[in-house]
Design a protein. Structure first.
Length: 205
């Protein structure tokens, strides 16, 4: 074997050795998709799992939508929700928050317990979780089938909405109250939808 051939073989071997010793280029880091708002039913059951760890006999008391600046609400879905649970054995209420994103230090991403407080019977009645069958998105669709709601939204296209889920003396079953306005007290229009059947209950002006 000539000297030139030996040199070529040695050079090739050196290149192969170097190539094998090199680490593969790092994979491009994939950016997380922006957080999306969620239906109230999904948020509630995320909180319910955590609440079961607080007390095994928890019942629902209230669910309300929360607007956060990081995630725009759309179609009955929100970036954050607040759920209240009652424990008959403890005689206390536990408040849980669920958020799809951290928001201004007030909400962290995921589920977290906000606080506890004493429970005393009032207008709101505790309800069995099995009664909650209609989500906020479906409730809004049912509400918007009403001519009154269509006319109101047409006249007030930029009015914010609030979703409240509770059982009161006003209706025999658990119900969604969809409120147009900054707060319940300042609203001049809301629609009630049965949260077990999805049927329209009433319009309040």
């Amino acid at each position: 074997m000539g000297g030139r051939q030996i040199w070529l073989i040695a050079a090739a071997a050196a290149v192969f050795t170097v190539a094998c010793g090199q680490a593969p280029p790092p994979a491009a880091k994939q950016e997380e998709p922006p957080p999306e708002p969620v239906d109230g039913q999904k948020a509630f059951f995320q909180c319910y799992v955590a609440a079961r760890g607080w007390s095994g006999d928890v019942q629902g008391l209230r669910l309300e939508s929360v607007n956060i600046p990081e995630v725009k609400s759309v179609g009955g879905r929100y970036g954050a929700w607040r759920a209240s649970f009652v424990s008959p054995s403890k005689g206390r209420i536990a408040i849980y928050n669920y958020s799809v994103a951290q928001s201004s230090g007030k909400f962290i991403k995921g589920v977290f317990q906000d606080h506890e407080e004493a429970y005393s019977a009032g207008l709101e009645k505790p309800w069995l979780v099995s009664a909650f069958k209609i989500g906020s998105e479906e409730a809004l669709k049912a509400a918007m089938e009403r001519r009154e709601a269509q006319e109101y939204v047409k006249k007030n296209p930029d009015k914010p909405m609030i979703f409240l889920l509770e059982q009161t003396r006003r209706h025999p079953n658990l119900a969604w109250r969809i409120v147009w306005g900054e707060s319940v007290s300042r609203s001049d229009f809301s629609v009630f939808i049965d949260a077990s059947t999805g049927k329209f209950l009433e319009v309040m002006r």
